[in-house]
Design a protein around this ligand. Structure first.
Ligand SMILES: Nc1ncnc2c1ncn2[C@@H]1O[C@H](COP(=O)(O)OP(=O)(O)OP(=O)(O)O)[C@@H](O)[C@H]1O
Ligand SMILES: [Mg+2]
Length: 249
């Protein structure tokens, strides 16, 4: 039995921290094999939304589905099984400080697969080279620049060739050229492996390059959702201002 509905669905999700209402009745459907870019001002709930998709946060109200399965109802090994298909690079994703970059990328492979050691090493090299870090294989995380750490985190997130890849601010701290290379990588992962992407970014050039659909969050709600062209023509001044800004972040 195969499920061919939206890969991820948020249904009327609300989340507050104390008196702060962060997500306010958010409903989104993420189509399979496409890249959905999430935009919005700082503090508007983008990262919080992503954390609901992997069950790191539980909604106060509403439900979250991954591949048709309600993950808000899952715990323990059932939740872990769903998470195995999701690669994620969180905004401040830290590498494990005490092991090499190569071992960081190999970590999910050693933990979740029975692949022979030689095969794991080949895969680690391949993932590191995709993010332009093959030379950093034996380095310790402390020896990397901020942007290199980000790329190593992306290599780790992609290690298991997840069918869903969530990336929170891939270009933060990257120069424009590296940022463009990361965008190209994400697009090629989507094209070649059919990976469903959700990318949070403040970088509008990046959003244009990657996004099949853009979701604009504002004050805990989906203000608009649509293509680049649709958002550019939005009636909301905030959205059009965002779309015409060239500032990266
Ligand atoms: N675990 C938490 N406990 C309490 N408040 C939280 C927690 N996580 C997030 N928040 C609050 O929720 C709001 C939304 O945070 P979130 O990280 O989702 O913003 P964001 O849209 O990702 O912003 P940015 O663009 O700056 O990354 C913020 O006000 C933040 O302080
Ligand atoms: Mg964030």
């Amino acid at each position: 039995m195969t499920y061919d509905g939206p890969v991820i669905r948020l249904e009327h999700v609300s989340k507050a921290f104390g008196a702060l209402r962060v997500l306010d009745d958010v409903s989104i459907a993420i189509p399979r094999g496409e890249a959905t870019v999430v935009l919005g001002r700082s503090g508007t709930g983008k990262s919080v939304m992503l954390k609901h998709v992997v069950g790191l946060l539980q909604p106060d109200a509403g439900r979250v589905f991954v591949e048709g399965e309600e993950i808000t109802a899952l715990t323990g090994s059932a939740l872990a099984d769903v998470r195995r298909h999701i690669g994620f690079l969180f905004q401040n994703a830290a590498l494990f400080d005490s092991i090499t970059v190569g071992d960081n990328v190999g970590f999910p492979l050693r933990r979740h697969t029975e692949l022979p050691e030689a095969e794991i090493r080949t895969r680690v090299r391949e993932k590191l080279s995709q993010v332009g870090l093959e030379h950093a294989l034996d380095k310790m995380p402390a020896e990397l620049s901020g942007g290199m750490k980000k790329r190593a985190g992306l290599a780790r997130a992609m290690a298991l060739d997840p069918s869903i890849l969530l990336v929170d601010e891939p270009s933060a701290g990257l120069d424009p050229i590296t940022s463009e290379e990361i965008d190209d990588l994400l697009v090629s992962v989507k094209r070649n492996l059919g990976t469903t992407l959700i990318v949070v970014t403040h970088n509008i050039p990046s959003a244009r390059r990657i996004g099949d659909t853009l979701v604009f969050l504002h004050e805990g709600r989906v203000l608009v959702q649509g293509s680049v062209v649709e958002l550019e023509a939005s009636e909301h001044a905030l959205v059009t201002r965002f779309m015409h800004s060239e500032a990266g972040g």
